[in-house]
Design a protein around this ligand. Structure first.
Ligand SMILES: CC(C)(COP(=O)(O)OP(=O)(O)OC[C@H]1O[C@@H](n2cnc3c(N)ncnc32)[C@H](O)[C@@H]1OP(=O)(O)O)[C@@H](O)C(=O)NCCC(=O)NCCS
Length: 211
């Protein structure tokens, strides 16, 4: 069916709840500058320490000292106050590899010794597809200890990845994954299980410059 101008003249859409904390245009401008600097400047600085400091202080994340976010990741958030309120945590010895998208608009809780491979997308927000205002809906994502997410997987809002579970490369995870389960495909289905002892490691790897 061809959309007409009249059919588009419905309720004004609130595609983004932003600015949730911005009171005036000057504040909104500053928030947008911080978001730009986070994702197009700081995310490309070749130092884990500098990036970690910025994500903590300017973005509002809680990141363990021995957790690391590699170069070129995109953190999707509104304001540091919002992030502190909803929660964005990365636990000890966890790694987010290059080019990942971390959506911290809803709660994002990443446990310890979690390995997130390059270019993974984790989403905590979606749109209410049948709501006349196309409103944004937030649902938390929880990634428990010792999970491994393969390259280019997508984790949808509301999903919990159980302790030690594995998500195969390129999968789209639409529902909770039990502990130690290996899931693959679109949508992701169980294709195997991991031995309990295979998910006890500590990811104690270095933080090289330029990575
Ligand atoms: C998850 C993974 C480790 C599974 O390995 P595994 O337990 O040895 O599983 P298998 O290779 O035996 O595959 C089991 C089934 O899942 C399927 N499968 C495996 N990986 C898949 C994927 N990414 N997408 C869809 N299906 C997949 C296999 O085809 C097989 O199906 P079948 O039984 O119908 O033939 C591996 O497939 C994977 O995706 N690794 C991620 C690699 C990566 O991201 N590396 C970057 C960081 S180092």
């Amino acid at each position: 069916m061809i959309a007409t101008a009249q059919s588009n003249a419905g309720t004004r859409a609130h595609a983004e709840p932003e600015p949730v904390d911005a009171g005036d245009p000057a504040t909104l401008f500053v928030l947008r500058v911080i978001h730009f600097v986070t994702n197009y400047v700081v995310s490309h600085l070749p130092s884990f320490g500098l990036r970690r400091m910025w994500y903590r202080h300017a973005v509002g994340a809680t990141i363990a000292p021995d957790a690391g976010i590699h170069l070129g990741c995109y953190v999707w958030s509104y304001t540091s106050r919002q992030v502190k309120r909803t929660g964005f945590r990365i636990g000890a010895h966890s790694r987010v590899n290059r080019g990942c998208c971390l959506d911290a608009r809803g709660r994002l809780d990443i446990g310890q010794n979690v390995s997130i491979s390059p270019e993974v997308t984790i989403l905590t927000a979606s749109h209410a597809v049948n709501a006349p205002d196309f409103r944004v809906e937030l649902s938390p994502v929880v990634i428990e200890d010792n999970v491994w997410i393969g390259t280019r997987a997508t984790i949808l809002p509301g999903v919990t990845l159980g302790r030690g579970s594995v998500v195969a490369a390129g999968s789209v995870v639409t529902r909770d994954v039990p502990a130690l389960s290996i899931v693959a495909g679109v949508p992701a289905r169980e294709v195997g299980t991991r031995d309990a002892g295979a998910a006890e490691y500590v990811l104690d790897t270095p933080f090289p410059l330029f990575e």
